[in-house]
Design a protein around this ligand. Structure first.
Ligand code: IPE
Ligand code: IPE
Ligand code: MG
Length: 244
């Protein structure tokens, strides 16, 4: 008989901030012979489940990539369906707000979205600002490069107005010009859907993030998959350029 030393597992560390590229909706639908939109619909449910689970495990920030600056290249039909789904999703999120108690924040250039969607985003952010616990940063018409450019333009405008000098710019100050101002960088960035790329997501903020890639498609990504990603994170040796 084999004796196994009883392992006293170290308590697992839950990162403060997790970011997720919600990818794989289209393939999920295709595999079932359904239109891509059907995948987006189930993907929205997966998001709802993950946001509630994130709250239950004590995560402080969850940043999700919902629509990129590049996603406008898709057919009018698909973009229209995604926008409709987002509107419906936000309307429901606003109605159920007191049940889920998730704080909403939006990253991205919302000016290209419909006035209705913009208004819902504004209401969702305003009404949920009172909740404690997890904050969801919902990335809509978001691109990492566009965000960096916007920050550079904002700093240049401060310089032109005589409120700042170029040599005063530090990483800290630049971070404060991003959509994520005041939020710690993500420690863990997860990409379901099987692609091994980051597709213009959080380029500035994820300088030292741990990446976790999985073939599971976003509509199938549930609490179990998030737990696996957090477990993997707990086994990473984060050196930040040092020697350990
Ligand atoms: C992610 O799923 C949702 C958006 C980008 C809006 P996809 O629609 O990219 O799904 P795949 O990658 O084609 O499977
Ligand atoms: C990234 O997924 C954007 C979102 C999930 C919102 P894409 O499906 O757009 O990325 P690529 O095209 O595979 O790089
Ligand atoms: Mg995709």
């Amino acid at each position: 008989m084999l004796f196994r030393k009883k392992k006293t597992a170290a308590p697992r560390v839950i990162p403060t901030h997790i970011a997720i590229v919600m990818d794989g909706n289209g393939r999920w639908a295709k595999r079932r012979g359904l239109p891509r939109q059907a995948g987006h619909k189930v993907g929205a449910e997966a998001f709802r489940t993950i946001a509630n689970y994130a709250k239950s495990i004590g995560l402080s920030y969850l940043t999700v990539y919902a629509f990129s600056t590049e996603n406008w290249k898709r057919s009018d039909e698909e973009v229209g369906a995604i926008m409709e789904l987002l509107e419906r999703y936000l309307r429901e999120a606003i109605a159920d707000m007191d049940k889920n108690r998730v704080r909403f924040c939006f990253f991205g250039d919302l000016s290209r979205l419909s006035p209705e969607l913009r208004e819902e985003a504004r209401i969702a952010a305003e009404r949920s600002s009172k909740y404690e616990g997890v904050q969801v940063n919902f990335c809509l018409n978001y691109g990492g490069r566009a965000e960096i450019l916007r920050a550079a333009q904002r700093f240049a405008a401060q310089c032109a107005a005589g409120e700042a000098k170029p040599e005063e710019l530090t990483e800290q100050r630049f971070s404060e010009l991003m959509y994520s101002a005041g939020i710690p960088d993500p420690e863990l960035v997860i990409r379901p859907g099987g692609e091994l790329r980051i597709s213009n997501f959080l380029l500035w903020q994820s300088a030292y993030a741990e990446y976790y890639f999985t073939d599971v498609l976003w509509p199938d990504f549930g609490p179990k998959e998030l737990d696996l990603a957090i477990d993997a994170f707990n086994h990473r040796n984060r050196r930040f350029g040092g020697a350990k």
